[in-house]
Design a protein around this ligand. Structure first.
Ligand SMILES: *Cc1c(COP(=O)(O)O)cnc(C)c1O
Length: 356
């Protein structure tokens, strides 16, 4: 795929205080755009100065939410290379989301190449302090102008980049999580397995209410019986019960996280048995009561591994790990981030080098 590059002649000053970067607040100088029409397919890939998208108020995605996205990261390795972590998985999942939302598929090799090109152009924006990265946000919107409900005839794919700081400033800090027992996130046949914008809009009320109670995120239960554990806001969830690592199976309501998959593959390479199955919240409460709930952690691109220090289910507050990070959580974090930043060898072939 041919990519036109129009350089930004007014580049912004790059942040120097990497500790204050935060997440998703600063955007780089360029973005990637690719258009779709039925006649031309995906075409006109271009890297242009970062700036507003101009949309007619009747643009269909503004009304009916035909909008999907992805999230992945690029890193500067200790020996100065620019790499992305498993980007093939993200372009594949973007197409899976596209399929569910009636958006035409894009050639995965073309898209990967175009993202790599953008990252190369913005290489100077990749922070290199410990725990930092360049967050990559691809998204696709339906752009046809009409007020009827049907799939858009035209689309725009956009990729923007944001230098991001360490997720936890003071190292891996355990988070407090509220078990959501009234709102639901997804049911089988719905859109829980894909990254569509509407899923997140629908989760805001729950997030807001749990935050008012002092919890940082919610743990979703299944939408039918409210018994089975699904996942956290933007993370998958793992439990270590009596030395056994378990995570909810992908049953059509859970987002198949790349970090989740990587953790399962890494654990199995270490010979640690894992099981993907149904887990009730009662089973977790029982394990906690009998003192065998060793560790709980979330997995996702943003935080990589996020230890859970407290789970609150109704009146029951379960404290996990005594405010400390579990040994397995720490080991997974060290190994994943070690591979991502080139400090450790990559026996899995997960790291994709961005070359000129
Ligand atoms: C993105 C996301 C995850 C984590 O996926 P990763 O590929 O590991 O970043 C988990 N759950 C939800 C709902 C998500 O949106």
């Amino acid at each position: 795929m041919k990519i036109d590059i129009q350089k930004n002649i007014q580049p912004k000053a790059k942040p120097t205080d990497h500790g204050a970067l935060g997440f998703g607040k600063i955007l780089t100088d360029h973005m990637l755009l690719i258009d779709y029409t039925r006649e031309q397919g995906w075409h006109d890939a271009r890297i242009v100065p970062y700036g507003p998208l101009s949309l007619d108020p009747a643009t269909c995605c503004l009304h009916y939410g035909q909008l999907i996205f992805e999230g992945l990261k690029a890193y500067k390795t200790t020996d100065g290379k620019t790499v992305m972590f498993r980007p093939d998985q993200n372009v594949k999942r973007l197409n899976a989301s596209a399929k569910r939302m009636c958006i035409p598929a894009i050639d995965e090799g073309d898209l990967l190449g175009a993202i790599a090109r953008l990252v190369k152009v913005e290489e100077g924006w990749i922070p290199d302090s410990p725990g930092t990265s360049l967050y990559i946000r691809p998204f696709i919107l339906g752009t046809e102008q009409f007020l009827g409900v049907h799939p858009s005839e035209t689309y725009t794919l956009c990729v923007i980049l944001s230098p991001s700081g360490p997720y936890y400033k003071e190292g891996l800090a355990p988070v407090r999580i509220y078990v959501e027992d009234s709102y639901v996130r997804a049911v089988a046949g719905g859109t829980g397995t894909v990254k569509c914008a509407g899923n997140y809009a629908a989760s805001l009320a729950s997030q807001k209410e749990s935050q008012a109670k002092g919890y940082s995120q919610v743990l979703w239960l299944d939408g039918i019986e409210r018994r089975y554990i699904e996942e956290v806001g933007a993370m998958n969830i793992f439990f270590v019960i009596d030395g056994q690592v378990v995570t909810p199976a992908l049953t059509g309501t859970i987002l198949p996280g790349v970090t989740r998959k990587s953790v399962l593959e890494m654990l199995s390479s270490w010979g640690v048995p894992t099981s993907e199955r149904k887990i009730t919240i009662q089973e977790i409460a029982d394990a906690h009561k009998s003192g065998v709930l060793d560790e709980v952690f979330g997995t996702g691109t943003a935080a990589v591994i996020s230890p859970v220090g407290e789970l609150r289910w109704g009146d029951l507050s379960m404290e996990i790990g005594g405010g400390k990070i579990g040994a397995l959580s720490q080991k997974l974090y060290d190994n994943l981030t070690g591979i991502q930043t080139g400090k450790l060898a990559d026996p899995f072939g997960w790291v994709y080098e961005v070359v000129g």
